[in-house]
Design a protein around this ligand. Sequence first.
Ligand code: FMN
Length: 364
Amino acid sequence: MSKLATNFTGLKFVNPFILASAPPTESKRKILKAFEAGWGGVVTKTIGLHPVENVAGPKTIYQRTSEAKPYVSRMKRPDTVSHSSWNWELISDQPLEQWLPDLEEIKATYPDRMVIASIMAGTGSEEELENWKKLATAVVGVGCDALELNLSCPHMDRKDMGAHVANDEAIIRSVLEAVTSVVDVPIWVKLTPSASTIVDAAGAAYDAGAAAISTCNTFPSLPLMDPETMKFEVEVDGLVTPGGQGGLAILHQALKRVNDLHKAYPDKAISGIGGIRGFREAFNFIVHGAGNLQVCTAAMEEKGSGGVGVKLIQELCEDMTDYLDRHGYASLEEFRGIARERVVQHAQIRRKSEDYNGGFAKSA
Ligand SMILES: Cc1cc2nc3c(=O)[nH]c(=O)nc-3n(C[C@H](O)[C@H](O)[C@H](O)COP(=O)(O)O)c2cc1C
């Protein structure tokens, strides 16, 4: 068996690398291509029952920077490197009825790959909780291996949906209660990094039956304005609204969230997301406790791959296998979480003198 094989939330993954819920997993065609390339699983683009109509302009931009002129911009310049993605794309506009036969076919074609259906509904009423149940029952009915509850979409005006509810432990519990009452597969809960209480929110989710927390979704943010044209780098009719930043720029912040969660709940599963472009970023998520890695921006950016990261998944597998071999590890479990106890309070870091007391006056 490959050293990359992992068991995450009771599911067997041929490798720990999966495509996150986003354009790479928005259609049957792309998911089949991703599995052909070697991804261990996919989280589908979020499926919902409410009306979806995207903005009348580009939904995603890729922001780059360069050594010569190190500002961040989507503008084409020579010799640039990736900084981040920025998007204001809503969830899937493909109806559930179309997703169901597609998911069934995907699972039948690649039975050894994990298909996690991302779902989202409102939370404001019994009717909305019924929508969670309807979505969950339907996708599990066609063979999905797990669910990821999207409590993190940053683009909703509705206050009962997405990132708006991820601070509310009662709502998190009510959604989990609804979903676990109708299906028996592992439930992953995707939390927003913008919640001030991600540890408490995760605690409520685990307590209410979540098998894993997935984090991070994109960070709420604004695109830049061009000083010459006075236009935002992405706008419609001169207007913009906060969207989500992903990619390398969010890596360190995502790692902080994963470390916080792993410290608070060392025995619980975490799916790490945010800025993974290769082995080194994946490694960092693992040492902070993630048992599974999700990738979005880097796959979308890979030219010639149809936006599913064909070369990327090969490199991730090769580089991780090479690392395990060189260090004599039988699996990534052998170094998962090793950084946890090395992230400490500020006052626990050695000073040049003994005088510092965490900002408090020393008692006499
Ligand atoms: C264009 C775009 C669309 C996305 N759509 C969804 C979505 O429908 N559901 C979801 O849970 N996350 C969505 N995401 C967030 C990604 O799944 C992921 O959490 C985020 O991009 C961070 O990962 P990255 O740094 O590898 O891009 C989207 C991201 C992008 C860039």
